[in-house]
Ligand binder design. Structure first.
Ligand code: AKB
Length: 317
């Protein structure tokens, strides 16, 4: 059997940088081609500059390395996407069409595509949002993800392409910084707490959203990609849940370590986006089909975030 060479787009992003490391550890660094439009910092694997909206550039890399799997993570997120909706649509959709086309033409074995809780809007129940529900997203990011889910399902049905996808909640990790999302506060807050600074939160104190710890999100991605194809019943994107909480809950959890931690609330346009998203997610299809179960609750996340960020800071000083 030919070697399973894996291409990752958006490899310098919040999820991409951690997933690239995790896949390298699992399948060997020489099997992983990281790509992005930004240069990676401190990366010692194979890296290619790639703007995935350009089909020829993507195809060149696929052919050059004999790529067999693609994790397509490059995208513009919810808050940033509202600054220029048309380029968000183009970036998110053109790159996906290119990935699906190159996969079909070059017999790529498996593709991973990240969707998001942003696909849900006012038409979906707020609590335990089901897998199959009306999607009326409020942001261009969500619109592009909802369209993308239909597109990957089309490639599955028409070309039998093995595309797998998760609707990620907000992701919290110490390894990388998010950028341009509505859930970014949940990472930034820990950085402020450990440096003894006040945190100004752009969401209201009770803005509950579905969240997941990075280690759980990475494990979910790898478990889904390694699951037997015949066990998978969802060919749009699987609902994925970790835990649900609001900014006031994180502040309370942080105060177990930093009792003087101060947080003030200055909600901006991102509050409206948060209000259009679910409070909690029903991920029973993922649990049934490939045995998904999250491991980290809020206090576990806080403990690890504080421990690891302090270690990182100590290493810099
Ligand atoms: C965002 O906030 O835009 C993302 C997401 C939930 O997809 N983190």
């Amino acid at each position: 059997m030919e070697r399973n060479i894996i291409l990752i787009t958006g490899a310098c992003g919040q999820i991409g940088s951690v997933l690239t490391e995790a896949l390298g550890e699992r399948y060997g660094k020489s099997a992983i081609i990281a790509s992005d439009i930004a240069e990676p910092i401190d990366f010692d694997g194979l890296f290619e500059y790639l703007d995935a909206t350009n089909y020829d550039s993507l195809e060149k890399i696929v052919v050059k390395y004999g790529v067999k799997e693609i994790y397509h993570l490059a995208a513009i997120l919810s808050a940033k996407g509202e600054e220029c909706p048309t380029s968000t649509w183009r970036t998110n959709m053109d790159s996906l069409v290119n990935v699906l086309e190159v996969s079909r033409r070059h017999r790529i074995r498996k593709v991973f595509f990240p969707s998001s809780i942003a696909v849900f809007g006012k038409g979906a129940p707020l609590h335990d949002t089901p897998q199959d529900v009306h999607l009326d997203p409020s942001t261009m990011y969500g619109v592009s993800k909802a369209a993308a889910e239909n597109l990957i399902n089309y490639y599955h049905k028409k070309y039998n392409l093995d595309v797998r996808s998760l609707r990620y909640p907000g992701i919290i990790g110490y390894q990388s910084l998010p950028g341009g999302g509505t859930t970014d506060y949940a990472v930034d807050i820990y950085h402020k707490a450990i440096s003894g600074e006040e945190f100004v939160c752009f969401l209201k104190q009770n803005a509950t959203l579905p969240m997941i710890f990075m280690d759980d999100a990475i494990r979910a991605t790898i478990e889904l990609m390694e699951a037997p194809r015949e066990s998978l019943s969802i060919h749009t994107s699987y609902n994925l849940a970790g835990i649900s909480y609001a900014p006031e809950n994180v502040a309370k959890s942080i105060r177990k370590y930093y009792e003087d931690f101060k947080m003030i609330y200055k909600p901006d346009f991102r509050q409206q986006i948060a209000e259009s998203w679910p409070r909690s997610i029903d991920d029973s299809s993922a649990r049934r089909d490939w045995g998904w179960k999250h491991r980290y609750d809020l206090d576990d996340i806080t403990r690890v975030m504080i421990e690891k960020l302090k270690e990182k800071n100590a290493a810099i000083v």
